[in-house]
Design a protein around this ligand. Structure first.
Ligand SMILES: C[S@@+](CC[C@H](N)C(=O)[O-])C[C@H]1O[C@@H](n2cnc3c(N)ncnc32)[C@H](O)[C@@H]1O
Length: 274
C-alpha cells in the first residue's frame, strides 16, 4: 500500500483493477503463485479461514487438469482449446501436451487481463500455442476467432478443456447450452474435459460464506451439485470413472494422496464425442 493506493505491479497491464478481487488471481494466490494483489490474497485467506482445505482443493483441481491433459495426449489428441485457462503456473497445458507430442497445438482463452498478459509473455515466439482474449459466454466469437482457426483444425479431434470455469457462469447464462454449442463444433473422437466447483456435503454456513465472498469478486461463484454438473456431459460418452471428486479421477501413482477426496470442492470428468 502507498498513501491508500495499491501499488500497480510492473507486470500488471494498466487496465487491471487491483482494488477488486479477480477469480483468476484468487486461484493463483491459492496455488501459491505470484500474479495476484492484496484484494485477491484477502479473498484467498478468507476462503482458507472458512475451509482450511481451500489451497489443497485448488491444487487438486490443477492436478486433475494435468492428468486429464496427459490422458488426452496419450489418446492421440494434438490440439487443445483451453477456455478459462487462467494465469499460467506450473503444469501448463502446452507443457504437458508438448512433453507427450511436441507438435501439439494449444489455444488458451481467458477474460482476465493478467492471465492474458502473462500467457502472452510466456508464449512469445511459440508458433504452436497462443492466448485469445474472449468470453466463454460467446462461443461463436471463440470458434471463429482467427487465432483459434489458425491453430485448431475443427475437422480433426480436439481436447476441449473447461476446467474450473463453468462455475463462473450463472444458470441464467445457460452453461449447458454453451458446452453443447462448443461440443457441436468438435469432430468425432474429440474430448470434453470439465471440472466444476461443488459444495455438496458442506455445511450451509460454509456454502453461504463462500458465495458471499465470491460475490465481491469479478465473477460470482456458482457451485453446483453432482447431478447438475453431470448434465454438461449430455450427448457425450462419459468415460470411466465418470464424474467424480477431483482426486479420484484416474489418480496417478506419484500423486500426493488426498485424505478426504470429498472435500476437494470439485468434480471432474472427461466425455468423448462419438
Ligand atoms: C479458477 S481459474 C482456472 C484456471 C485453469 N483452468 C485451471 O483449472 O487451472 C478460472 C479462470 O476462468 C476465467 N474465466 C472466468 N469466467 C470466464 C469467462 N466467462 N470466459 C473465459 N474465461 C473466464 C478466469 O479469468 C480464470 O482465469
Amino acid at each position: 500500500m502507498n498513501g491508500g493506493l495499491v501499488e500497480h505491479e510492473s507486470w500488471a497491464p494498466p487496465e487491471v483493477d487491483v482494488e477488486r478481487a479477480n477469480v483468476a488471481r484468487v486461484y493463483d494466490a491459492l496455488l501459491g503463485g505470484s500474479h495476484n494483489f492484496a484484494a485477491d490474497r484477502d479473498v484467498a485467506s478468507a476462503l482458507t479461514a472458512i475451509e482450511p482445505g481451500a489451497r489443497d482443493a485448488a491444487r487438486a483441481n490443477r492436478a486433475f487438469l494435468g492428468r486429464a491433459v496427459r490422458f488426452l495426449a496419450d489418446a492421440g489428441i494434438r490440439q487443445f482449446l483451453d477456455i478459462g485457462s487462467g494465469v499460467p503456473t506450473s503444469g501448463n497445458v502446452h507443457e504437458i501436451a508438448g512433453a507427450v507430442a511436441p507438435d501439439s497445438h494449444v489455444v488458451y482463452v481467458d477474460t482476465d487481463p493478467v492471465a492474458i498478459a502473462h500467457s502472452r509473455s510466456i508464449l512469445a515466439g511459440d508458433d504452436r500455442a497462443t492466448i485469445v482474449h474472449a468470453d466463454l459466454r460467446e462461443p461463436e466469437v471463440i470458434l471463429s476467432h482467427p487465432d483459434v482457426t489458425r491453430l485448431i483444425d475443427f475437422d480433426r479431434p480436439v481436447g476441449l478443456l473447461l476446467v474450473a470455469v463453468l462455475h463462473f457462469i450463472t444458470d441464467e447464462e445457460r452453461p449447458g447450452d454453451l458446452v453443447k454449442r462448443l461440443a457441436e463444433a468438435l469432430a468425432p473422437g474429440s474430448f470434453v474435459t470439465i471440472s466444476h466447483g461443488t459444495l455438496d456435503g458442506r455445511p450451509n454456513k460454509v456454502v453461504e460464506a463462500v458465495e458471499k465472498l465470491y460475490s465481491r469478486a469479478s465473477a460470482p461463484g456458482r457451485p453446483r451439485d453432482h447431478a447438475s454438473v453431470e448434465t454438461f456431459f449430455d450427448g457425450l460418452e462419459l468415460l470411466e470413472p465418470g464424474l467424480v471428486h477431483l482426486p479420484l479421477w484416474r489418480p496417478a501413482e506419484n500423486d500426493v494422496p488426498f485424505e478426504h477426496p470429498e472435500q476437494s470442492w470439485g468434480y471432474g470428468g472427461v466425455g468423448r464425442k462419438a
